[in-house]
Each structure stands twice: as C-alpha cells, then as structure tokens.
Design a protein around this ligand. Structure first.
Ligand code: ARG
Length: 459
C-alpha cells in the first residue's frame, strides 16, 4: 500500500510504479531511517503527541526491525514499497498495528530523506577518513623502507631533477592530507539536522528541533525549512572531495604504471595485484592500477550528474532530487575500494634501485646544478643557465653525461669551472643541497617522515 492512497481513484501504472520507486537503491538507508524514526518518536513523546508507553512500543519495534535489517538488508528488496521510508513505516505497522500510523505525525519524507542521507554520509565520511589515513601510513612506511633509492623526478614526463622514492611517497602523503582536511570540512557543514522541517515550511507541532538534532548526533538544527529540504550542497561537496581524491589516486596509478613499464623499469608490481594475458605468456599487466585510474571517471560523472540535476531546480523538494543517491553511493564506495586497493599495491612493490639510479644519472637531470655552481662563482643565474644549456648540448653531441665531460671541455664554455665541478654535480650532491623545507635532501625527508609518523601515531 502507498502512503498517499486517499486522494487517488486509480492504482499507479505498473511501469510508472517501477520508475518512481527508489527502494532498489535507498534500501541501504534502512538503518539511518530507523534511527531517525526512533529519535522522532522521542520528540513526539516529549511534545505529548504520543504517550511514554506508545513511544516505548514504537522504539522496541523499530529496534527489532533494526536488528532484522542488520542481519539481512537484502530482504527489503523483496517488498514493492515505494521507498525506504514507506518500507520502514509499513514494517512498523505490521509489527504494532495502528499505533505505527502515529509515527509520521508532523514529519514529511522530504525532511526524512535528507536526514537519513546526512546520517549515512557522516558514517561514510568516518569510514573514508580511516581508509585515507591507513593509506597515508602505508606511504610513510614505504618512504621509510626505500630511503636510499634515487630516481629521476619528471616534468613534462622528461627527466628533470633527481629525487628519491621516499620523496615521491611523501608527495602522496601530502595529497591525502588535503583529502582528510576537505572531508572534515564537509562534515562541519553537513552536521546540521534538517529533521522537523516538515515538507518545506517547518513542523506544525511543538518539537524541540535542537534537542532532536543533538539526540541524533548532529551539532544543531537547520534554520530554514525551505532550504533544509532543498539542500543537497553536502552531496555536491562530498562528490567534489571524492573527485579530487580520485584524481590523486589516478595520478598515483599512472605514476606506478609508468614506473612498472619496461621503459622505466623502476619497480616490479606484485603478482597478487597484476594479471596475465590470455595470448602473450610474458605479460604481467597492472590491472589494479589501470582500474583505479579509470574509476576516477565514474566518480567525476556522479559529480556532474548531481550538479546538472540541481541546476535551476526550483525550491523546495522536487522528485528530481531522488537522483542524488545512486551516484553518491557508487562514488563513495568506489573511492573507498580504490583507497584499499592502492594500499594493497603499495604493500608489495619491489624496487629496482639500480635502474632507478641509472635513469637518474641519464637525461642531464643535474644541469641545474651546473648552473647553480656557476652562480656560486659569480655569474647571474641567466648567464649560468645559458652556459649550462650549451654544455648539455655539447654532452648530447659527445654522447656523454655531464659528469663525464673532461675539464677542458667545461673550461671551453666557462673558465670559472674548476675540478670541483664534479663533486658538485653528483646525484648525491644534487639531493643533499635541497635541504630547506619541502626539499628532497635525505635529512629533510627523514625529518618529514618523523613528523608524519608522529602526526599519525605510527610507532
Ligand atoms: N524517495 C524520495 C527521495 O529519495 C524520498 C522523498 C520523497 N518525497 C516526496 N515528496 N515524494 O527523494
């Protein structure tokens, strides 16, 4: 039975009924709907709309429903209820009869759905925060255990300056740190209860909405009913944060796919997260990483979907807003599983330190050092940059690295260059010099690892 049959003379068309129903996806909000319903029943009791006894019967029935749902929420899908709110109400009435019909007093599915969804988002945010922090820890452990591995750092996918694998790991720790901060930020704005806003203009019953909000763990109650039932900013915000988070994971994936390629040959991915080819026996494909890279697309798709749904939508609730859920559910699930799989990938990486170092030695990644050397000898950076560029050209022509150019060649380009140039442009020297905050110097990286470990309570 629908919740709204009185006004209608005919049954809904079957196809429309199926089209209109959200139960197939909003059933996952069962727990939140029941918890918010219990809180609502208490508010009704405090306002003397139902008696103490009635509230207790309702609560006991809802708690037993909660247990059933926790044991098996797939059962919900058998029902032909319109949505999760109708289902919970129907089940309550099934359990306690007419008394169950009192629960919806002063409440609308419009304030109910956004309350449920906010409660659901809050628990998912906590789950995601844990997953992000766990991945951060993996990066830090990886940074610590691969401390001595020198590899090229890239700009434009061209070898630019030498870095270390630890330093690369710490870059992702920083990205994830911003993801954490963004999630916490969403939580602050989201944590305000819309329950008691009614259909759009508030509830006509004397409900203490602040107390109700606190009883569900919200920090306060919303200030305008019209806005409360229309607001899906938190869905947009969460999807934006997820989209940025997925960008980070897709870049991580792409970096590792490249490091793992025959061309770079810096790492070997573990057997447990790669797959073979049905035709080419030699292949070991980085499927896990490719999937993470691709799944970024569906999360961005969900963000664009909700932005488009809400654009120009008149206040207040419109059924359009039912389309907020599937994308959000899918995106947060996707982000979370990608975080876990990233951890798995990072767990078992085998570093190929020799070929990392060899690559760092090639590609003239120490050309900046030659320029800096000349600046120390008194040239302006522009002049020094030009001479270093000419030396690179010469070295390319002679098929040599800068370190292998003879001193008389160096001197042809600048007589300021002395024998000490060689110690100045070794990979180790390139790294060591960058010791100011944020630099790649091993001692600086060490300090960062210590600070991050402290921050994340890793001992
Ligand atoms: N299933 C609906 C949704 O997800 C619940 C709210 C329905 N409200 C209404 N006035 N029909 O948005």
């Amino acid at each position: 039975m629908t919740l709204w049959g009185g006004r209608f003379l005919r049954e809904s068309n079957k196809l429309f009924k199926k089209f209109n129903s959200s139960l197939s996806f909003d059933y996952i909000l069962a727990k939140e709907d029941i918890i918010a319903s219990i809180a609502w029943s208490k508010a009704l009791m405090k306002s003397n709309i139902i008696t103490h006894k009635e509230q207790s019967i309702i609560e006991i029935a809802l708690l037993s429903l909660l247990k059933e749902v926790k044991d098996n929420n797939q059962n919900i899908l058998i029902s032909d209820s319109e949505d999760i709110h109708s289902w919970v109400e129907m089940k309550l009435i099934e359990k306690i009869g007419n008394l169950g019909k009192k629960l919806h007093t002063g409440r609308s599915r419009n304030d109910q759905i956004t309350t449920d969804l906010k409660l659901w988002c809050k628990s998912k945010i906590n789950l995601l925060l844990n997953s992000i922090i766990s991945l951060q820890k993996k990066f830090i452990i990886s940074a610590e255990s691969n401390h001595n591995i020198i590899m090229p750092g890239y700009t434009h996918l061209q070898r630019a300056q030498p870095i270390t694998f630890s330093y690369w790991c710490l870059a992702y720790v920083e990205m994830l740190r911003r993801d954490v901060s963004r999630l916490k930020d969403v939580l602050k704005r989201l944590n305000i209860s819309p329950l008691g806003s009614g259909a759009l203009s508030g509830t006509a019953w004397n409900i203490d909405r602040e107390e109700l909000a606190k009883s569900m763990g919200f920090s306060s109650a919303t200030r305008n009913g019209l806005d409360s039932v229309s607001d899906r900013d938190y869905v947009i915000e969460l999807l934006s944060v997820a989209s940025i988070g997925m960008i980070h994971l897709s870049r991580f994936s792409e970096d590792l796919i490249f490091f793992n390629s025959g061309e770079a040959n810096f790492i070997e991915l573990s057997d447990d997260i790669t797959s073979g080819s049905s035709l080419m026996p030699q292949k070991k494909n980085p499927d896990a990483l490719e999937l993470i890279r691709a799944k970024c697309g569906r999360v961005h798709g969900s963000l664009f979907s909700i932005l488009t749904v809400l654009k120009g939508l008149p206040l207040s609730y419109n059924k359009d807003m039912q389309e907020d859920k599937e994308g959000l559910f899918d995106a947060l699930y996707t982000w979370n599983i990608c975080l876990s799989v990233s951890e798995l990938v990072l767990n078992n990486i085998k570093m190929k330190s020799l070929s990392c170092k060899k690559a760092a030695e090639q590609g003239y990644s120490n050309a900046t050092e030659v320029a800096d050397y000349l600046v120390k000898k008194g040239l302006t950076f522009r002049e020094a940059h030009h001479i270093s560029g000419q030396l690179v050209l010469r070295a390319i022509h002679d098929n040599k690295s800068l370190n292998n150019l003879e001193i008389f060649i160096f001197k042809k380009y600048s007589d300021l260059i002395e024998e000490d140039i060689y110690e100045h442009i070794t990979l180790e020297s390139c790294l060591k010099k960058r010791k100011s905050k944020g630099g790649v110097a091993p001692e600086q990286v060490c300090q960062e690892i210590i600070k991050s470990k402290k921050r994340l309570n890793i001992f």
